[in-house]
Design a binder for this molecule. Structure first.
Ligand code: ADP
Length: 267
């Protein structure tokens, strides 16, 4: 276990407001040794949920943000040259398998196709990680859990998870939290009073109803929290919303103008 893993066990549990029975489901999946797939838009609380559950279960958490250049070797490990010698260096997935940690692969479909292949033997009854380069077959230590997330909104046909991969996972579908939960999150995380949190959540709901513009994403809980923090630090609410939400959602002048109109109408 390296120091950063130790820290994640020792730290205070990150605060998490449940959307439903996801905490119970996570505990059962962990107890049954089943991997978990969390679907949901960006900024809706997936990462916070996993951080919270790792603390509840007292497991180290190893998080990997996947990107389109991430290869199987980045997850599993590779030989490195050190002082003329070739030494094997474990990747984050291999460390998690050896330690019995929770390995969270965020936005897994962004990664290169060869990465999902290494997940298969870990995600079914075998619970092993074969390392081709060294010929090792590492059984997952007790407590190891694989958690992956993806944003179905981003998917195109090429990037979707293959059925053979997704059928190995227990799946949880996240949306934005219900208004009363989201108000509590914005107030607590953003450091604003209940009335301001209520206005920001009402704005988010109006923005989420805007469907005629080609927005790739909409106002997420994360963006609301950012706007709330800016406001709590002294910025007028509309300026905070413009910087944290409107400009984050679009570069198109027409779309920005439409978003601004909603802001003026609601705030
Ligand atoms: P995702 O992983 O889905 O992109 P995050 O978990 O990073 O989203 O959430 C973004 C931010 O929104 C968090 O840092 C936290 O401040 C806040 N947040 C969202 N949902 C919750 C929740 N259910 N409980 C507490 N904070 C939340």
């Amino acid at each position: 276990m390296d120091l950063s893993d130790l820290r994640s066990v020792a730290a205070e549990a990150p605060w998490y407001a449940p959307q439903g029975d996801e905490c119970t489901l996570f505990q059962h999946a962990a107890g049954c040794g089943l991997p978990l797939l969390i679907k949901g838009p960006t900024g809706c609380g997936k990462t916070r949920f996993v951080e919270h559950m790792a603390h509840v279960l007292q497991r180290p958490l190893i998080t990997v943000s996947c990107h389109d250049d991430l290869s199987a070797a980045d997850l599993v490990g590779r030989h490195l040259i050190a002082g003329g010698d070739t030494v094997w260096s474990d990747g984050p997935l291999t460390r998690a398998v050896r330690q019995g940690a929770i390995c969270y692969l965020d936005e897994v479909v962004e990664a290169r196709k060869d990465t999902t292949v290494v997940l298969h033997p870990l995600a079914d009854d075998r619970r092993v990680l074969p390392i081709e380069r060294t010929g090792e077959l590492i059984p997952a230590a007790p407590g190891f859990m694989l958690v992956i997330s993806y944003n179905p909104g981003y998917q195109n046909v090429l990037k979707g998870l293959k059925p053979s991969t997704r059928q190995r996972f227990v799946a949880l579908d996240f949306g934005y939290p219900a208004p009363e939960v989201e108000r509590a999150i914005v107030a607590t995380e953003g450091g604003v009073d209940a009335a301001t949190a209520q206005r920001l959540v009402a704005l988010a709901q109006a923005l989420r109803r805007l469907t005629e513009h080609d927005l790739e994403e909409t106002a997420s809980t994360r963006l609301l929290v950012m706007a709330a923090r800016l406001h709590a630090s002294g910025l007028p609410l509309r300026s905070a919303v413009r910087a944290a939400i409107v400009q984050a959602l679009s570069d198109e002048p027409d779309t920005v103008a439409a978003l601004e109109e909603v802001v003026l109408a609601v705030l």
